[in-house]
Design a protein around this ligand. Structure first.
Ligand code: ZN
Length: 346
């Protein structure tokens, strides 16, 4: 049986939030991402679905939220993506700490990862050792654990950062990694290998609970390149401030179908392909209970709005358009933050 086309990395991460306006203010104004799509939860039309990304909504940059206002706070634990990390240019963490102080963001001391104390994995065929990196952990208003990781960005970096609130040389440049917490890492790690991730090293983490062991897997990247796995006993509970699922890139339908078949051979139960309007998706729960998605590149976020107008209006996928009036009436009024220098032209 042919191996599936390796995934180049993360496509998007979807999370659960509380108040929609608070979520917009934080992710657009404080973190400086662009609202590239304002839509609804396709399984619950009374709830928004916000997509925050770079200027064009490049695959590997979009963090999305279902703001369920009355949802209780979740617990981060096994069976979940416990942290989502974003790339920022090297040398920009001072800027971010200053910005977090100004905006009253709840952040922790910086953490060094994969410096000393790394056991490089012998399975690493390419000889790529994990690079030492500095991490700035923080939480969004719902308590969602997020990190900024300082990285050297390549000259041909595919991310085009949005600069309305944060200058380009400091701005977030898509995903760095997600951390998975599972009770038994081995089957999850085997699945990651099947998907095309290569084990690059293990370290005793100092940024999380003492004694945690963090094993890193790398895809081609450079965006959304890493998945870290940490064995964890305490079960997570879904709710506000937790990740709902992580999607990986399967650029074409053929890539997706070959990955879907490989996932089935591992004894998992992927769905059929589902049309999600901006990409086509397959979902499955991996062995450790984390909800995974495979998402195509096409058609992308510019399929229904021109690049300049992304996020400007409520977009309703096909079948929901007939119910626009009723759906709009059921959604809370929100205002997308705009920088004072940006003259409103609409
Ligand atoms: Zn998704």
């Amino acid at each position: 049986m042919a191996d599936p086309t390796p995934t180049p990395g993360i496509h998007h991460v979807t999370c659960i939030a509380g108040d929609p306006q608070e979520n917009l203010d934080f992710w657009v104004e404080t973190l400086g991402l662009r609202l590239v799509k304002r839509s609804i939860n396709q399984d619950d039309a009374g709830t928004y679905h916000f997509f925050y990304a770079d200027t064009e909504g490049t695959p590997g940059t979009s963090m999305t939220f279902f703001p369920w206002g009355d949802m209780t706070r979740g617990t981060v634990g096994s069976g979940q993506v416990s942290r989502t990390a974003f790339r920022v240019p090297e040398g920009s963490l001072d800027y971010w700490e200053g910005r977090f102080d100004e905006h009253g963001v709840d952040y922790d001391d910086r953490v060094e990862r994969f410096g000393s104390g790394v056991r490089s994995a012998s399975e690493n065929a390419s000889g790529e050792a994990p690079r030492a990196e500095t991490v700035l952990p923080f939480r969004d208003p719902d308590g969602l654990p997020v990190e900024l990781v300082a990285v050297e960005t390549p000259d041909d970096d595919p991310v085009d950062p949005w600069t309305e609130f944060v200058p380009a040389e400091r701005a977030i440049r898509g995903f760095h990694s997600v951390t998975l917490r599972v009770t038994d890492p081995r089957p999850s790690e085997e699945l990651l290998a099947t998907m095309g991730f290569e084990r690059v090293g293990t370290e005793r983490s100092r940024g999380d609970t003492p004694g945690d062991e963090r094993t890193r897997f790398a895809a081609e990247g450079p965006v959304g390149k890493y998945v870290d796995v940490i064995p964890t006993v305490e079960a997570g509970r879904q709710g506000r401030g937790t990740v709902h699922h992580v999607a990986f890139r399967t650029p074409t339908d053929e890539d997706q179908e070959s990955m879907r078949r490989a996932v089935r051979r591992e004894g998992l139960r992927p769905t059929q392909q589902i049309d999600r309007h901006w990409f086509r998706s397959v979902y499955f729960r991996e062995h450790g209970g984390v909800l995974f998605e495979l998402a195509t590149t096409d058609p992308g976020y510019t399929t229904d709005e021109p690049p300049d107008d992304l996020g400007g209006r409520l977009v309703l996928p096909g079948k929901f358009e007939d119910r626009r009036e009723e759906i709009e009436a059921g959604l809370a009024d929100v205002t997308v933050p705009r920088a004072e220098t940006a003259e409103a032209d609409d």
